[in-house]
Design a protein around this ligand. Sequence first.
Ligand code: BGC
Length: 739
Amino acid sequence: MKKSIRYLGLAGVVLFINLAWAGSASPGDQSDIDAKVRHLLRKMTLEEKVGQMTQLTLSMVSSGADGNQEPQSFDEAKLEAALIQHHVGSILNVQSTGSAFSVEHWHAVIEHIQDLATNKTRLQIPVLYGIDAIHGATYTQGATLFPQALAMAATFNRNLVRKEGEITAREVKASGIPWNFYPVMDVGRQPLWPRLYETYGEDTYLATELGSAYIQGHQGVAPCLKHYVGYSDPWSGKDRTPAIITERLLRETFLPTFEAGVRAGAPTVMVNSSEIDGIPGHANHHLLTDILRGELGFKGFTVSDWEDIERLYTRDRVAATPKDAVRIAVMAGIDMSMVPSDYSFYDLLIELVKERAVPMSRIDEAVGRILRVKYEIGLFDHPYGDSRLASAKKEVGTQASATDNLNAAQEALTLLKNDNKTLPLSRKSKVLVMGPNADLLSALNGGWTITWQGNQEQLYPKDKKTVLAAIRETVGDGNVVYANDLDFALQRASRVDAIILCLGEKPYTETPGNIDDLTLDPSQLAMAARLEQTGKPVILVMIEGRPRVIRPIVDGAKAILMAYLPGMEGGRAIADVLFGDKNPSGKLPITYPRAPNALTLYDHTAMEESEGNVYNPEFPFGAGLSYTTFEYSDLAVDHEAITKGQGLKVSVKVTNTRKLYGQESVLLYLTDQVASIARPVKQLRGFDKIALSPGETKTVEFTLKPRDFSFINRKNRRVIEPGEFKVTAGPLSRSFRIE
Ligand code: BGC
């Protein structure tokens, strides 16, 4: 029987998440677990406690000079040093090179570690293994790798995101791993940021809803909300560079996603590697303790990001010594250190406690939280999880999961331009396929695929289709000309009906993905411009993790399909949309800028559009065409006036006006007309994805809750101010009052 763990969130809403990763974990309630934790804590030495707070990388216990050899094997002396001499409580790994582990190898790794931890250590506390399963089980061979989060956001479909959570957790669990460093709850407000694609886009409400849906689906493996908080808005756009976010804005834009994640029951939180207003995330007591614990009511444990405690000394210089860095971080509220490549944290924290610079009560608090999570997920009863199940392998990369993955990729694809109904192309058309991303699976997947950077094309599965391969399969080899150089393409252009040009970015994540200019690579722009001059219809397929500026080639293109990073089934999905096997229904979860320095987001204040200021993105948030058309009518509110604390029902009719089945994401925006601070011109407050047969009409209903009318005021408090409001859906608006 599985057990459910309850967490009480800030708003008092209780959700349930099943953390127990081993199917038969014995049910235990919180008081039972608390008693076990207290009992165990009483038996522990200082060294054993600090060991629980220490997380190492697998390389630290593996053989080979850099410990990252392929295939991975253990160095027994190093493993004993970690688990027996240093009592280490958690291990993770990141695969920089070399292939992902097979399910069997994962099982061997987990078994070996747990054998030692649960038989040879004094207290037999199992190790909590953690992994980055970012768009699926990244480091498990044959895993189902979904569209990256930004693409998932474009589906505006909670069910698909929930499904992704479900399948990812199942495959991580089948690998024997109980903990996933995901979901990313950062709101993607900075288009230059190389991790934009790991977010659910620029809107807080959308990210909150989808992040929560992911967690609901992610059963049986502990999720980790990251990166708390404000990491996603670096002023310069570079990864791990400062953000300038006032507390008011932090509460308005960046905290609600984490608040929802805590409410959904996530038991762990990873900390922001960067700094806000000059205060490094790992040294921010106000955020890590006052707000996360005091206000959000988080009961789980926090883990640092990679090497980030040490960086308080080596980089940020808020600590005068490495030891002081440890003191600052632990006292700020960090419970576990992803050290991960030495024993400095362990040694220094023991010294700090002996010197009374860190009180034992703080250690007990941190260790208590870590042990509680280990109990809650059933790790003590089932340290091996699924790693002893012969059937586990069958859970990974199933045909059913591939189908769900394909659905997600299809629903993500966002048609941004379609002049003269260029798309869909007839299956009889002859096409020229070109561009740097036409024949690469790595480009479709991006970072966190098989390896950290995702750029090892040779390691990708042979049975998945690139865009080129999928188009060939759809229209037959004879109808496809593939060109990898421009001269050849120009020679052949006269003989084809259309040119499909796959542009965008190569894989990256974190600092290797930093850029100085959001403009698309000039050689790609030149290639597109030259092909557009041929007079043949050019269809741009943008395969990219962030919206690279394409102004010079937009007007000359007949159609533009935004593919984001659509994952392993992305090639198939793109061919399906191009040739009409699937009607596109994605909508942009971000603003697509027209120029590199025009980065205003959709929920700006009126100032951005007045007195000479123009708001004119290439494609706005929410843009996305279909091969059919949808007409909106009868937008209605159930009250002209409501009182503070009351909700509002809004309904709108949507009709499919053409002879083609299609799906439509119906987006509901709210505008607060007058307030004590300047409010956004509009903000997303509801969305629902519907399917409509030709001629069919459906009524979509939204229930706005009091919180939907609220905002953070000058005193950093969430308030509802009475006055005039407006809801908008499609081209329609309705006003109402709060009295
Ligand atoms: C990233 C985290 C990740 C961690 C472990 C860090 O560099 O910022 O998102 O979970 O590495 O791989």
